[in-house]
Design a protein around this ligand. Sequence first.
Ligand SMILES: Cc1cc2nc3c(=O)[nH]c(=O)nc-3n(C[C@H](O)[C@H](O)[C@H](O)COP(=O)(O)O)c2cc1C
Length: 193
Amino acid sequence: MKLLHLDTSALGANSVTRELSAAIVARWQAAVPGLTVEYRDLDTHPLPHLTGAVLSGTDAAAKAEGDAIMDQFLASDVIVIGAPMYNFGIPSTLKAWIDRVAVAGKTFHYTENGPEGLATGKKLIVASGRGGIYGDSSPADFQEAYLRHTLGFLGVTDVEFVRAEGVAYSPQHRTDAMAGAHASISEPVAEAA
Ligand SMILES: Cc1cc2nc3c(=O)[nH]c(=O)nc-3n(C[C@H](O)[C@H](O)[C@H](O)COP(=O)(O)O)c2cc1C
């Protein structure tokens, strides 16, 4: 079984999503013998923007890197993403990764009945961090809602959010939000993947 772990926070050791994504991965490692974990820090090792040169293959190195990212995504059974809310959306480093894995013919295609996701059978767990408070269905949420929609479009419909929000309100809010988020991490179910 393969787990892909991505972090995207620009706040380094002070990051709530890094702490939570590490805790989620540690749970899976403890629960699933032989689990293979691949890790990429998209903050320290970002992918370039999906420019015309990358898309067309003119930038051969960036194209090859994108192909490797796609292969890694397709091979994974479980994906854990540390995803802070930045400007109501996701960090641009995470968007660059999504631009590599959302590829027509590879992870989705259109049929007579509309679009169909091809990256099925995966579980996605998002460690979500937000300075403000948005809950489950705020119209200002272009972070969790975007990830649910976009990965769902690709066929990844088994999605769980481990959320710490309101962390910017006060140190106490942050402490309470982190305690709640850690407590909400669910027990890994290997068969779900
Ligand atoms: C560049 C930047 C943009 C942010 N934008 C928002 C925002 O739009 N809404 C919000 O509630 N919090 C926002 N925040 C606060 C973060 O969501 C919050 O600090 C969260 O903990 C980030 O996760 P992290 O600690 O893992 O980096 C922003 C923080 C940064 C650094």
